[in-house]
Design a protein around this ligand. Structure first.
Ligand code: IDP
Ligand code: MG
Length: 138
């Protein structure tokens, strides 16, 4: 079993579809072993997305990610990082495969409903950024 980090993003909490997204996560064999609803501060969002700080969409991304609550999660399965990226679908919902979270729920390339770690190394970093060990119950 391995772990990945997930965020249900503001467009989804705003539309009250966190349960529908969790249902897809679970139906696809991922187990939610930690979860909390929080409102990101500007500082948290900027730190979390620091890798994108030179992108033209960075300021908009920070504004969006702090606009409404988010649900941060730790997910567990075999090959969790890879599996969740598949379940999420492509960044731009226009390119996302049928049945993926982004195909079903995303509004556009920014408001794309979920985040998932892109590597084992980043999964570990991102989980540690938001969760204490005693909050993760596998
Ligand atoms: P990912 O979430 O699929 O890993 P990244 O390239 O890491 O995609 O981008 C992080 C987030 O930044 C995306 O999920 C999306 O919310 C936003 N984003 C990415 N590309 C664009 C863009 O071209 N325009 C606006 N927002 C974008
Ligand atoms: Mg990414």
């Amino acid at each position: 079993m391995s772990l990945t980090f997930s965020i249900i993003k503001p467009d989804a909490t705003k539309r009250n579809i966190t349960g529908s997204i969790n249902e897809l996560i679970e139906k696809n064999g991922l187990r939610i072993i930690a979860q909390k609803r929080i409102k990101l501060t500007n500082k948290q969002a900027e730190q979390f997305y620091d890798v994108h700080n030179d992108k033209p969409f960075f300021r908009d991304l920070i504004e969006y990610m702090t606009s409404e609550p988010v649900v941060v999660q730790v997910l567990s399965s075999d090959n969790a990082v890879k599996k969740y990226r598949e379940v999420m679908g492509a960044t731009n919902p226009d390119n996302a495969a049928d049945g993926t979270i982004r195909k079903l729920f995303a509004l556009n390339v920014q408001e794309n409903s979920v985040h998932g770690s892109d590597s084992e190394e980043n999964a570990k970093k991102e989980i540690e950024f938001f969760f204490n060990e005693n909050e993760i119950v596998g």
